[in-house]
Write a new protein. Sequence first.
Length: 223
Amino acid sequence: MLLNMFKLFFGTLIYTNLASLKIYQKLNQLQVDFNNFQCKLNSIKRYIMNRIGLFYAPAKGSTERIAKIIAEKIGKDKVDLILVDENTLVDALKPYDKLILGISTVGRENWDAEYKKVGWDFFLPKLDNADFTNKTVALYGLGNHILYADYFVDAMGELGQKIIEKGGKLVGFVNPDNYEFNHSKAIINNKFMGLPLDEDTQEDLSQERLNNWLKDIKTELGF
Ligand SMILES: Cc1cc2nc3c(=O)[nH]c(=O)nc-3n(C[C@H](O)[C@H](O)[C@H](O)COP(=O)(O)O)c2cc1C
């Protein structure tokens, strides 16, 4: 009877210890798996953060054509092309530390009641809720320096102001000496806040302007 009780006691002790060991080993394995998972997650994060988010609008015109040329020149494997539309959320910017934003100036809302909002008309107000801290941003803007000399690439200026207001670091300022215009909201400290392009009347100058600008922003955007 006593022997049986001893057997039962030690048997239970050994069994519980073995079970605890198994649980302990399982927990260790789980910890290793979790660490590996975290490593993979971090490398995916690093991969995305190193990519450049090129957000642009509108579609089908010069702004989109230039977006594609920029992606081609930088390397398509380094750039995500994102067309901004009414559904674009501020969260879409989150994965990117490095951004290129393309915008055209079409000031129709000033004189055309029929004007229908597109792309940046929806997204720009949403940027009030964006945080650009630790983000490096380069801008390009489409305009027409002859027909709209008093408002040349104004929209790029409005976008640039917003980025600065929200803590972003603008790069790729451009000397206005090689442009003819009367006034532009995109000028700050005697420089354009980004690259103005006039595909309507100076198409022949765009390639050289683009190449020089890309050289300027290469290091800061890390491509
Ligand atoms: C109705 C209208 C208004 C425009 N207003 C301006 C303007 O205020 N400032 C400017 O620099 N360009 C202005 N432009 C020129 C456009 O920015 C230019 O054509 C640009 O390439 C359009 O971009 P997209 O082809 O991507 O649509 C205007 C063009 C149109 C058709």
